[in-house]
Design a protein around this ligand. Structure first.
Ligand code: AMP
Length: 217
């Protein structure tokens, strides 16, 4: 199965991806996670990306595309792209890359989420710095404050999850990323799903739709 997860920040792409990855046995490739790892390791690429990410802006297309091309070449057949593409230019570049590596896309899952829900989800979101496990201060806090239940790593708030930056990221999504929906619609690849739902319910619906469409055996 070869998927793209599309949706605004806070739609729940990462949480859904964590479940789909295991159920479908495919690689989860998140450009946000890759960039955060590069920033943590203070690599030249990480340093270049940092100022864009802290301001809630997109990193340049060429940089994001380079990351994805690398991973797709190395990944097994099945994959799920989370946070890429984010512009129409990236979507077109992705088509070229997928043709080169002979791993064409099956489906684009497009999540739609109410803006006020995005703000409350992201304001409460916390992430493990080591393993990336996701928490929410109200709905799913770690058992011990600041410590990951899974690996014992540090649980922190992403600097770009503050309300002002989140509002800017939502604007960036509307302006730069939403046009991709039309792009994939014209290619008949879109599956719309309700990002307001709880992840586990959404996961069940998505798996059912895949079975009905004969996309997963
Ligand atoms: P995410 O974890 O997907 O919310 O991504 C965090 C940040 O990384 C975004 O706000 C962007 O600054 C940057 N980023 C991630 N993926 C991309 C991409 N495909 N194109 C440009 N910037 C990206």
């Amino acid at each position: 199965m070869r998927l793209v997860l599309l949706g605004p920040p806070g739609a729940g792409k990462g949480s859904l991806a964590a479940l789909l990855k295991d159920a479908l046995n495919i690689a989860h490739i998140s450009t946000g996670d890759i960039l955060r790892e590069e920033m943590k390791n203070k690599t030249p690429l990480g340093k270049e990306a940092q100022s864009y990410i802290d301001r809630g802006e997109l990193v340049p297309d060429e940089l994001a595309t380079r990351l994805i091309e690398d991973r797709l070449k190395k990944s097994p057949q099945g994959y799920m792209l989370d946070g890429f593409p984010r512009t129409v230019t990236q979507a077109k570049d992705l088509d070229d890359i997928l043709q080169k590596v002979n791993k064409p896309l099956d489906c684009v899952l497009c999540m739609e989420t109410a803006p006020e829900l995005i703000i409350s989800r992201l304001a409460g979101r916390r992430v493990c710095r080591s393993c990336g496990a996701l928490y929410h201060m109200k709905k799913k806090p770690p058992q011990k404050v600041g410590v990951c239940d899974v690996c014992g790593g540090e649980v922190y708030q992403r600097p770009d999850d503050n309300e002002e930056t989140v509002r800017h990221r939502m604007e960036v999504y509307s302006k730069s990323t939403k046009p991709i929906i039309e792009y994939y619609q014209s290619k008949n690849k879109l599956m719309h799903i309700d990002g307001d739902m709880e992840t586990i319910d959404l996961f069940d619906i998505v798996m059912k739709k895949f079975h009905e469409a004969g996309k997963h055996d």
